[in-house]
Design a protein around this ligand. Structure first.
Ligand code: FES
Length: 160
């Protein structure tokens, strides 16, 4: 299995940072780089990573199952994560979460039928100073209001 030239270049550079006996340390970043292209970590991807790093597929599965930023099944083209942890909770994060669920008609870890947007309620995403915060793929949005959230969702619905 091969990935895009850009991903293959990142993977080649990544493994150079680890001595031969310590390739296992590259597991999480390798999965993140690949998921950036594939959208999730399929069984086929898990087997490929297992071979490349000399770890078992069970170890890959354990890592994918533990870290919520890694996904074993496909999500939307745009993965909308809404933080409801303490700073965001105190500044309207829970209302944003309920608003998004109602507006999109989907719940936690669900995907719109057209595959465009998925939704996830998450713990702290490290943007507490700008709460309430949300994340769309790798983009952060700070001090989010219902109006801002509506505008973000509308922009994600447009074909790009
Ligand atoms: S609690 Fe929401 S970003 Fe930290």
């Amino acid at each position: 299995m091969t990935f895009s030239p850009a991903v293959e270049a990142r993977l080649a550079k990544l493994v150079q940072n680890y001595p031969p006996g310590r390739l296992k340390g590259a597991l999480i970043p390798m999965l993140m780089y690949i998921q950036d292209q594939t959208g999730h970590i399929s069984k086929e991807v898990a087997e490929e990573v297992s071979q490349r790093l000399g770890v078992s597929t069970l170890e890959v599965d354990e890592v994918v199952g533990f870290y919520t930023m890694l996904r074993a099944r496909p999500m939307g083209k745009y993965h909308l994560q809404i933080c409801t942890n303490i700073s965001c909770l105190l500044t309207g994060g829970e209302e944003l979460w309920e608003h998004a669920c109602h507006k999109l008609g989907i719940g936690h870890n669900e995907v719109l039928a057209d595959g465009q947007i998925s939704l996830e309620e998450v713990e702290c995403i490290g943007a507490c100073s700008w709460a309430p915060a949300i994340q769309v793929n790798f983009d952060f949005h700070h001090n989010v209001t219902k109006e801002k959230l509506d505008a973000i969702i509308e922009s994600l619905r447009k074909p790009q």
